[in-house]
Structure formats: structure tokens, C-alpha cells
Design a protein around this ligand. Sequence first.
Ligand code: DAK
Length: 254
Amino acid sequence: MKYIAVEKPRTHVLTIRLDRPQALNALSKLLLVEVADVLKAAEDDEEVRCVVLTGNDRAFSAGADIKEMPEGGIPMWGEKGRLQSWRTIDNFRKPLIAAVNGWALGGGCELVTLCDIVVAGENARLGTPEVKIAAFAGDGGTQRIPRIVGRTRAMLMQLTGEPIDANTACAWGLAVEVTPVEKTVDRAIEIAATVAKWSPIATRMIKEEIRMNETMPLDESLSLERKLLLWQTEDHDEGIAAFIEKRQPRFKGR
Ligand code: DAK
């Protein structure tokens, strides 16, 4: 891996650190492919139950790589590998936690919105400055950001191009908590370790069900949720047995 660093800081927890500091972790095609490849492998790796995505103290990511040249006459935005990488990240089924310090702009901010839980450092600045280059947040930002923060706040962010600070991001629902910069990654790992204690089948299902309400009308998603009344897994039996026997559960992902 050239542009990311991957570690396993705790049992069942994987961290992916974007590592192109000279370009503020701009999302070059190769960097995105690397992130997507690691997530693809993590999807099939039973040892991994939760992933933390982070950058460095100055930047989570400054967005799409504005300097990356179009290839073969095709504008880079529509390049197939780039779009496929975004899809892979979006479709990742295990919980994904963002630890955001510094800039999270454009595609960097859109990447944050694909994460399930977001911890923001006090210096985090999230925004969609694409309007300044006569573009728009075209990797999902025009659709996902208003669903999270509401229409007028999204309009403010995307029409002015001005970033919001960590506390505003938290108040608007883009992040769940604000931490001192030096604690952001540790806090995200701590949350990930808690998530990873539970049955991976249950956490995957919770992610899938919560995300259903982004794509489905309520009556349909409620009906799907109801169909899971017959939910039966070894882990579920184990969870109930552990509760009754007053001991810690031992979840196996079955
Ligand atoms: N791409 C490439 N390089 C970048 C970069 C980026 N997004 N952001 C920063 N860098 C590079 C800078 O060029 C500089 O490189 P050198 O000059 O040292 O070689 C280095 O990182 C440090 O940046 P600065 O010197 O500018 O650092 P400052 O602290 O002064 O400023 C900044 C930090 C984050 C405010 C500034 O770097 C900045 O404004 N960066 C650009 C942020 C941005 O505009 N992001 C959005 C990118 S566009 C689509 C259409 C559009 C899009 C997608 C899809 N469709 C039609 C489907 C667009 C998506 C985007 O994300």
C-alpha cells in the first residue's frame, strides 16, 4: 500500500490511515482503490469486526485530487475505477467509524458521510468547497449531506463552499462527538472495540437496517424489519444464555 497505512490496534478492530500528507490526503484514484481493496478484504476477514478510517492531525482528506489529470480524454470524475471504489466503500457491510482531524473537504467530507459513526477532533473543518472550482459535491454529497443536516444547512455549506467547525458538525449530526485532537483516533478505536465485542452478525444487520431508511419508504423498511422476527443465530442464543447465566457472551459470528 502506497497511500494508506493499515493496522490492527485491538482485537477485531482494523484502522486505515490515509497517508498522502503532502497533498492533505487528497483522494487520488490510487488512494481510493487502496481503501476499497482493504475494505473488500476486511469484508471477508472474520477477524475484522469494525474498521476505523482516519487521516492525520492536519487533514482527514482535502477531497478529490484536483491535480489528477483526466485519463484518455475521460474526465476523472467519471473514471470507472474511481466510481467502483466509491461503491465498494459505500457497500461495506461492517461498521465503519471515522476519526476526523483537520480538513474534511469535498470528497473527504463525502467519505465521512459514508461512515457509520464519526468522531471529530476540535480542529476538524468539514465542508464542500466544490462550488469554488465551479463543480458540486458529486460523489454523493448533494444527496447524502442534506439527508444528514437538512436542506437549508446543506444549501449553506454547498452554495457558499465555506466549511463548518467540529462543534457545528456535531450539532448538525455530521459527527457524534468532539474530542481533543490528540484523542480523536483513540476515542474512535475505543468505540470500535466496543462495537467489536458484539456479534458481528448483529452489528452488520443493525447497519443494514438503519441504512434501509435512506433508501426505502418507512412502511417497506418496517415490514422488512418485522420479517426478521424469526431472527435466530447461534450468537443470539449465546447472548441470551450469557445474560441469564450472568457472564460475558462469547460471540462467534454464527
Ligand atoms: N487535490 C490536490 N492537491 C491538494 C488538494 C486537493 N484537493 N488540497 C490540497 N492539496 C495540496 C496543495 O496543492 C498543496 O500542495 P503543494 O502546493 O504543497 O504541492 C498541499 O496540498 C497543501 O495545501 P495548501 O498549501 O493549500 O494548504 P493550506 O493549509 O494553505 O490550505 C486547504 C488548506 C484545504 C484550505 C486548501 O489546500 C484547499 O482549499 N484545498 C482544496 C480543497 C478542495 O477544493 N476540495 C474539494 C476537491 S473537489 C464530480 C464533480 C466534482 C467532484 C466530484 C465528482 N462529478 C461531476 C461526479 C469534486 C470533488 C472534490 O472533492
